[in-house]
Design a binder for this molecule. Structure first.
Ligand code: IPM
Ligand code: MG
Length: 368
């Protein structure tokens, strides 16, 4: 048997330094848990543009299609602000999502107990929070045609199109319902059926699928603006939220901040099963490339390490080891190890990116 394969795309900004810590964790599982991976590395985003003049080469795209899972750091930075739209670092990420057809983006928002005071909301509102946003990732206004900037008379018009087919709605709702079956069985679907036809269709199709195949799921519907308000009012009313690409982009940032630190949150982007039964998959932290602190050893590697935990769970069926890694992070936080993003002024000296990674390895060792 050959080892499962992983393609690592560290990307830009803090991506490479957090990925160095993930490599330690991957190596640990290989050495200590018999879970060895064949790891390859390539470029994405600005790093790829610098080397090859494109945010993702065809060769890197082909490698991403061939491996069992992709692990991505972050893309983007001010250096690339003036590039043409098609050359921007983000286009590399969007191409991966689109060509791998990663339609279901899982974004958990979990509040670690040791960090409940970091939220901008009161402790009782966020303590114990554990919700999952399922964002549609390959369609909607991000990719809809027509799009562009045109001239009309003596001025310009910017156009984007929100477009969803029934099958696109069905497959992402199915992913949400299946996930909910392993959780509380509760799903809230969010759209703007009050003003958008795509929202009317979304609501109807979600409900029809629930009635036909998922009678055990408790499905509710909410307008996305109300959803944003309810997320900051009383987030614990939700378990699984399913929504489109743009609303999911916004609502997941909002949900992420509830937990206190963007440096803590992972994500999984999943597509259809491949020939080997594993889903097409890309794992990445929710945070961006944080160019302001890049290269200084200040970044928190936890979100990226937790993204690898999601890979263990969703791609490699290693649930116990995923839980082991998540518990190790819990332990490290409970022990008071903090990168700078998890400290208030006057809290003492923060742990560096590498020290945080090393603390996770020690907690993993202690878990054996
Ligand atoms: C995200 C990001 C991306 C998006 C950007 C970097 C293209 O904000 O993953 O949420 O808008 O989807
Ligand atoms: Mg976003």
């Amino acid at each position: 048997m050959t080892n499962p394969s992983l393609l690592i795309l560290p990307g830009d900004g803090i991506g490479p330094e957090v990925m160095t810590e993930v490599r330690k964790v991957i190596d640990w599982f290989g050495q200590r848990r018999g879970l060895a991976f064949d790891v390859e590395e390539d470029l994405v985003g600005g790093a790829s543009w610098d080397a090859h003049g494109t945010p993702l080469t065809d060769a890197a795209m082909a490698r991403a299609q061939a491996v069992d899972a992709v692990l991505l750091g972050a893309v983007g930075g001010p250096k690339y602000d003036d590039l043409d739209f098609a050359d921007k670092p983000e286009r590399g990420l969007l191409r991966l999502r689109k060509e791998m057809d990663l339609f279901a983006n899982l974004r958990p928002a979990q509040c670690f107990d040791a960090l409940a005071d970091f939220s901008s909301l009161k402790r009782e509102v966020v303590a114990g929070l554990d919700i999952m946003i399922v964002r549609e990732l390959t369609s909607g206004i991000y990719f809809g045609e027509p799009r562009g900037i045109h001239s009309e008379g003596n001025e310009r018009v910017g156009i984007n199109t929100q477009r969803y087919t029934e099958s696109e709605i069905i497959r992402v709702c199915r992913a949400a319902f299946e996930l909910a079956r392993k959780r509380s069985g509760k799903v809230c679907s969010m759209e703007k059926a009050n003003v958008m036809e795509s929202g009317i269709l979304w609501r109807e199709v979600a409900q029809t699928l629930r009635d036909a195949e998922y009678p055990d799921i408790e499905l509710s519907h909410m307008y996305a603006d109300n959803g944003a308000m309810q997320l900051v009012r009383w987030p614990k009313q939700f378990d699984v939220i399913v929504t489109d690409n743009l609303f999911g982009d916004i609502l997941s940032d909002c949900a992420a901040m509830l937990t206190g630190s963007l440096g803590m949150l992972p994500s999984a982007s999943l597509g259809a099963p491949m020939a080997n039964g594993r889903p097409k998959a890309l794992y990445e932290p929710v945070h961006g490339s944080a160019p302001d602190i890049a290269g200084q050893g200040k970044a928190n590697p936890v979100a990226c390490i937790l993204s690898f935990a999601m890979a263990l769970r969703y791609s490699f069926d290693a649930r116990d080891d995923a839980a082991r890694l998540e518990r190790a992070i819990d332990t490290v936080l409970a022990d008071g190890v903090r990168t700078a993003d998890l400290m208030q002024s006057g809290d003492g000296t923060p742990a560096s990116t590498a020290q945080m990674g090393d603390a996770v390895i020690r907690a993993l060792e202690a878990s054996l």
